[in-house]
Each structure stands twice: as C-alpha cells, then as structure tokens.
Write a protein that binds this ligand. Sequence first.
Ligand SMILES: Nc1nc2c(c(=O)[nH]1)N[C@H]1C(S)=C(S)[C@@H](COP(=O)(O)O)O[C@H]1N2
Ligand SMILES: [Mo]
Length: 212
Amino acid sequence: MGAMGLPDDSGARPAPGRLPPGQRVQRGWPVTHYGPVPRFRSERWDFRVFGATAEGAVHSWDLSEFSALPYATVTADLHCVTRFSMLDAEWGGVRTKTVLEAAPPAPGVTHVMVWAEFGYSTNIRLADFAAENAVFATHCDGEALTAEHGFPVRLVVPHLYAWKGPKWVRGVEYMTTDRRGFWEERGYHNLGEVWEEQRHSYQEEPGDGPQL
Ligand SMILES: Nc1nc2c(c(=O)[nH]1)N[C@H]1C(S)=C(S)[C@@H](COP(=O)(O)O)O[C@H]1N2
Ligand SMILES: [Mo]
C-alpha cells in the first residue's frame, strides 16, 4: 500500500472479515481504467447536474466553484472487481449528499447516471449514491489526485465496486428509471454491491436491473 493502508513489507494481513469476499490487498495504488487519461483544461471543465432536477434546470459549477462546496474527508476502501482492494484511503472532497442538497432531484428520481470524460458512465441507485460516505473526491491522503487517479474529481462509493466510481467525473444525470452505464452494459452487475459479490450481470436476479 505504500503511503496508505498496510505497510509494504510488514506481511500484515487484514483482520478476518475486514476484506470483502474474493478480494485481496494490493501493494501500492494501481492505475486501472479503460481508454486514455484525459487532459484537464480548466476553461472547458464543468461539473453539471442535469436530468430530472427539482427545478428542471441544469446546475453547473466550474472547478473553483465546485472546490468551494463544503469539504469533507472519508476513510474508506476501494475494491476493484478484478479483486484488488486498497484499504483505509482518506478521501477528501465533496460528499454526494452535498451535491444532492445543492442541486436537489425531482421527487420521482430513483437512479443517477454519473458521467465522466470520454463518455464513461455508470448507473447507481439514488439510495446508494446518497450514502453518507460517498464522496466526489478531489484528494486522497491529503494530496490532490494525480491525473491517472482522476484529477480533478472522482467518485468514491465505498460499498460498490470501483467501476461505479468514475475518475474524471463531469456530471450527474438524475433519472426516473434505471438505465445501464458503460460496464453495466458490458457484463458487469447492474448493482455492484461489494459485500454481496455482485460482479457479473449473469448473477443478476429479476429486478436487479433493466433487461440486457
Ligand atoms: N472514467 C473512468 N473511471 C474509472 C474507470 C474507467 O475506466 N474510466 N475504471 C474504474 C475501475 S474498474 C477502477 S478499479 C478504478 C481504479 O481507480 P484507480 O486507477 O485510481 O486505482 O477506477 C474506476 N473509474
Ligand atoms: Mo476495477
């Protein structure tokens, strides 16, 4: 883990029950994503909340406005569906709750689609998105995110597999019905709950997601 979590050479193991089923602790912080790392251009960057907002309007922040929203830190783990986990990272940024308060959803909203650069997307149930420890992170362990890890903003929803936490987030779409995101259309589970080991779409039960 290097700077965070378990020391590299201690041989320490997480306590029983600390790791979700099928996961192992990874040394360091690997970089995993599909496609290239986007170049950040401040003059073009915005964070938009759109779709079924309460007022029907699009809410938009530039990076300085977004960074001026209340800052919170959350200690949480990152679990990749390819089975590596990073424990005890301290994420700093804007809680999803704060975004929901600043840009309230209309009453019928049940799901969100979180959008990132290059059209990466993931769908999340509103209740999962609104989790107390879900955060649009700008920092990890006190340092601004690096480009590879999602600068300027990535989403962390600790109880969902990390594909449901886009790096390079650009917006949130409020939805009144569920729709599959990028990986959810390509074989990953619609819900992605880590402790339930919801890895693959073939594990879905009726009602877990829209027809494939
Ligand atoms: N925009 C975007 N975000 C993404 C991905 C991606 O392909 N594109 N991959 C996800 C997956 S599968 C994982 S495991 C984590 C990896 O984050 P890391 O590279 O900071 O470890 O990013 C997630 N966020
Ligand atoms: Mo992943």
